[in-house]
Design a protein around this ligand. Sequence first.
Ligand code: SF4
Ligand code: SF4
Ligand code: SF4
Length: 305
Amino acid sequence: MVKTKRIALTQLTSCWGCDQALVDLHLKLLDVLPALDIVYWPAVVDYKLHDLEAMPKNSIHIGLVEGSCRTKEDLHLLKVMREKSKILVAWGSCSAYGGVQGLGNQWDLQELLDRKFLKADTVTDGRIPDENLPGFTQSIIPNPDIVPVDLVLPGCPPTSENTLEALVTLLENKPYDLPDKTVCDQCPMEREEKRITQFRRTYEGKIDPTKCLLDQGYLCLGFATIGLCGAQCPTVATPCKGCFGPPPTVKDHGAKIISALGAIADMTPEELKAAFPDPIGSFYFTDYASSYLSKIRDQMRREEK
Ligand code: SF4
Ligand code: SF4
Ligand code: SF4
């Protein structure tokens, strides 16, 4: 009889796309399912939080956490998952870096509430409700900065194959290392490393699907993004937005992108600024929260010296 390992999957603030990607494995899931005893997975089965809270410490072999902590409930759930799991995985870019919702860290909580409930075009009664709102966290802090995690598996979402491979490796008690390569390293497009004189949006001009998109003036961030997805977007003539975050040796994704653009673009700083009216959204799609924190950490280290 196969000896099963207890695993748990849960969601904090997120779109649940990481779960969807796992279910996309379809029949390939059958390769691992006999080895798994799924003890908590609210996306699929109606488990309750108290079921998880009642489990003994370290009784879950692998816990996968999707999403980041926008609410105090999220914070509690993350800490419970840490306590109950021997191996905790920050699963997906929300969990690893803070995710798209980390872009909200450009404003404070009150400004976000005002925008959502008082100023957005869809506002109906012009008040911030005092009922049925969860307690919000002041900002998005990436999960690995809240609790220790054993593996960070980025991706928005991670590919089904990434998750399966990580699960199988961890079930064999082996370490799962992230590659220090980029999307460009996985991309089959012909690259000439041309100087860029003008950036274009994808609806401008006609994309040649055989040639490097960056060479054609489309902002493709494959050069600064970890190569885990198999270059999914460029292979279908769509620029990489950097959703998997940077390779492990890069701490600040946006800074890396901006310095590279400075080197490859024959454009003045003013022209570059005009080309990217939302630089934070463009250069830190899923990792603004983690990049910002790493900058603060570096600053503190320098000041301590
Ligand atoms: S990482 Fe992406 S796919 Fe996964 S929950 Fe976050 S937004 Fe959704
Ligand atoms: S298309 Fe994008 S990912 Fe491919 S080589 Fe060019 S910059 Fe790199
Ligand atoms: S190519 Fe870039 S944007 Fe597309 S899935 Fe890969 S990392 Fe994400």
